[in-house]
Design a binder for this molecule. Structure first.
Ligand code: MF3
Ligand code: CO
Ligand code: CO
Length: 276
């Protein structure tokens, strides 16, 4: 098998080969990842009952402008906002609006900032006030899925190792893995090869190589995995309206495993219930 044949998509066609990046790219990704994670810290701390997702979006835009960065999602393929805000049964790509967050909501905040041309892409769940135990449990399982997926990145392995680790844990916890959205290569572009599936699909498998840059961003549901996109063309929801959660990190493959670029500088990687 030639290098160009190593990535075969689920449709049987050959997928583009993931680019291999050097030390300069890693330095750029560290800066972009850190600033993006800092922006997400600001957003996490602003979440409260009564706050609108529109206000969070403005906060993100202002943060980007104040730090010489640009929000990658703004005008990306016609997307109108700087962040995605996905509440409760919204799986991903929820569009910020003027509806206030309500006590008990769980909301995914997804932000990607471009810093000196490099993309840092990260998302976390936030709790709006006190949330139910089952919502909290879903968020904890989903964060664990992300971290297990990243821990599966080892020399000699391949992208299926990520999917296997995530699917095994999610399903052991009686949750399901969303199939319709996946992680992606990134760097100077927002969405690049390789595709990172969060479940096992043997027909798409790419060997890890130091210098690859991609996201891991599992979406995990309490109910069935099926998703539909609303008429706005973006908002993806669970078909059975069950709760969905997601966490995302941007990583780089190294000689020994993976480097995470988007750790929270303030340690706000996981939300906490106020009463807990
Ligand atoms: N940030 C999302 C991701 O993790 C992509 C959002 S695209 C948008 O890949 F246009 F919806 F913003
Ligand atoms: Co992403
Ligand atoms: Co993202």
């Amino acid at each position: 098998m030639t290098q160009n044949e190593q990535a075969v998509s689920a449709s049987g066609r050959h997928a583009p080969l993931p680019p291999i990046h050097g030390p300069e790219a890693f330095a750029g990704m560290r800066r972009a990842g850190r600033l993006t994670a800092e922006a997400l810290d600001v957003l996490m701390e602003a979440v409260a009952p009564g706050v609108t997702t529109e206000a969070l979006d403005r906060l993100a835009y202002t943060f980007a402008m104040d730090h010489g960065a640009y929000p990658a999602s703004l005008f990306y393929r016609g997307y109108p906002k700087s962040i995605c805000t996905s509440i409760n049964h919204v799986v991903c790509h929820g569009i910020p609006n003027d509806k206030p967050l309500r006590e008990g909501d769980i909301v995914n905040l997804d932000i990607c900032l471009i810093v000196d041309g490099w993309h840092g892409d990260t998302s976390r769940m936030a709790y709006v006030g006190e949330v139910s135990r089952k919502a909290q449990r879903l968020c904890e399982i989903t964060h664990e899925c992300l971290m297990r997926g990243i821990a599966a990145i080892k020399p000699g392995g391949s992208t299926t190792d990520i999917g296997r680790a995530i699917q095994a844990y999610a399903e052991a916890e009686r949750c399901t893995v969303v199939r319709d959205f996946c992680g992606h290569g990134l760097g100077r572009t927002y969405h690049d090869a390789p595709t990172i599936l969060h479940y096992v699909e043997p027909s798409y498998d790419v060997k890890f190589q130091p210098g690859q840059l991609f996201t891991v961003e599992p979406m995990i549901n309490l109910g069935r995995p099926a998703v539909k996109v609303l008429s706005d063309g973006w908002t993806a929801v669970t078909r059975d309206r069950s709760l969905s959660a997601q966490f995302e990190h941007t990583v780089g493959v190294t000689e020994t495993g993976a480097e995470i670029f988007t750790f929270s500088p303030k340690g706000l990687h996981q939300p906490v219930n106020p009463a807990a």
